[in-house]
Design a protein around this ligand. Structure first.
Ligand SMILES: [Fe+2]
Length: 287
């Protein structure tokens, strides 16, 4: 289905919904520069639809071009490596982010001074058909809307304490599982899914602890319920990357992760993070 072009007022764009959420904007003339599109209407699309796929535009050859594009959206998070994270499998990774494993659901910035409002991903090279590696996004507002009152009450009592040490940070984050969107107050979920499943190899997992619940059985109920809801097809969008794709997401509302991919597949993503204006101080960070 093709939907209204009005948000961008440009007949050379084809705008289609993604399922179960998100919106795709395709360049009708392949190879068109993304910088042709004004950022304000795109920003509105991300806030409304949570995720925006920009497809068939000219790619960014160098990381600096992605960074410059990201700066049109706002101030970028700066890391020890700069603004652009190169997401590529490493031969002997010190952390799961650089492995080919499943990446559990989390939100970006949880161990940083500021939480980015948007993530912008660029697919430099797709992993290839049948190799997995989709980036997974769960719409937590939709999850909460669809969850029964008793379950929601249990989740609302829980607080997660997360500790993670890797090359770029060593921090502790404490957050209620159900909290308010920092701009409009709509309930959202902040949760880092437990990582290790039986038989799964997982490099450098974070330490997780959940308080506020009566006993282990309630903690187990929390994890099982969240997992089922976050991965329910009515709440989960798994993006199968195509080389050249640019995806912009609402990091305040969504949680994201990654499906495992075939070791050695040529999956290469780049990512920048865009801060709000003013930047949102991380409410959960404990040094
Ligand atoms: Fe992330």
């Amino acid at each position: 289905m093709t939907v209204d072009h009005a948000p961008l007022g440009d007949r050379r764009l084809s705008i289609t919904p993604l399922e179960p959420f998100g919106i795709a904007v395709h360049a009708v003339d392949p190879g068109r520069a993304l910088t042709d599109l004004p950022v304000e209407p795109l920003r509105a699309l991300v806030r409304e639809h949570r995720l925006l796929l920009l497809r068939d535009f000219a790619g960014f050859a160098e990381p600096a071009e992605l960074s410059a594009y990201g700066e049109r959206w706002g101030q970028l998070s700066v890391w020890p490596f700069g603004t652009v994270l190169e997401l590529v499998q490493q031969p002997d990774p010190a952390d799961h982010i650089f492995d080919h494993s499943h990446m559990p659901m989390h939100w970006d910035g949880m161990y940083r001074d500021h939480i980015p409002e948007f993530q912008i991903f660029q697919c430099v090279h797709a992993p290839g058909e049948g190799n997995g590696g989709e980036t997974t996004f769960a719409d937590t507002t939709a999850v909460l809307t669809d969850t029964d009152e008793a379950t929601r009450a249990l989740w609302s009592r829980a607080t997660g304490t997360y500790h993670r040490k890797m090359e770029y940070y060593d921090g502790t984050c404490v957050s209620p599982v159900v909290t308010a969107h920092p701009v409009h107050g709509t309930p959202v979920i902040r949760y880092n899914e437990p990582t290790v499943e039986a038989g799964e190899t997982f490099v450098n997992h974070p330490d997780l602890e959940f308080s506020g619940l009566a006993d282990d059985s309630e903690v187990a109920e929390l994890h099982a319920g969240l997992r089922a809801a976050l991965y329910d097809p009515s709440h989960l969008y798994a993006h199968a990357w195509r080389t050249g794709d640019v995806v912009v997401t609402d990091n305040y509302t969504l949680l994201h992760g990654r499906n495992a991919f075939t070791s050695g597949a040529p999956r290469h993503l780049r990512r920048v993070q865009v801060l709000a204006d003013p930047p949102l101080a991380n409410p959960g960070l404990i040094r």
